[in-house]
Design a protein around this ligand. Structure first.
Ligand code: NI
Length: 176
């Protein structure tokens, strides 16, 4: 396993459309996911998408078994590997909440997301995943899957009076 550098906003590799995974349960895919998990844990990420470490594949991971110090007031989301995801909003309702991103360090912004979604995809072994979720879980999935279509959360911010430095907006969280 290896901790990778996380690409930062401005790097053109974050703007690509990721390719679908076609081979499951391979050593290469298992290594990619192990590296992503190690990298995410090392920096207290709530999630990570393969393009953030320069791998242009439709692979995201998210969730944790413990409360994240970067998002201490958020509920736990189950540890998940999601490959080739498809998100379907279940109605038109959206809500705004604060987001950060490992590729946009030191900043937070208020982002509208669908509140109720269904998502589907596969895990690293090719098993089908289907879930209906809401709230923070739904937000995390939308944020991570946006990385697979070249979207970073600042591109989704609508009110730039609610976009700024974490250390100013949330001094209790430090600069992360
Ligand atoms: Ni992100």
């Amino acid at each position: 396993m290896a901790i990778h550098d996380i690409l930062k906003m401005g790097d053109a590799r974050l703007l690509r459309i990721a390719e679908p995974v076609t081979a499951f349960d391979t050593p290469e895919l298992h290594t990619l996911i192990a590296d992503m998990r190690e990298t995410m844990v090392a920096v207290n990420g709530a999630g990570l998408a393969a393009p953030q470490i320069g791998v242009n594949l439709q692979v995201v991971i998210f969730g944790s078994t413990r409360i994240n110090p970067r998002y201490p007031d958020r509920p736990l989301v189950p540890e998940t590997v999601l490959i080739n995801p498809i998100i379907t909003p279940l109605n038109d309702e959206k809500a705004q909440d604060w987001e950060g991103c490992l590729s946009v360090p030191g900043l937070r912004g208020m982002v509208p997301r669908w509140t109720h979604i269904h998502y589907q995809g596969q895990d690293e072994k090719g098993n089908r995943i289907e879930r209906t979720v809401d709230g923070f879980h739904a937000r995390v999935v939308q944020h991570e899957c946006d990385h697979l279509i070249g979207k970073l959360y600042p591109m989704r911010v609508v009110d730039f009076t609610q976009f700024g430095y974490t250390e100013v907006l949330f001094p209790e969280l430090g600069a992360g």
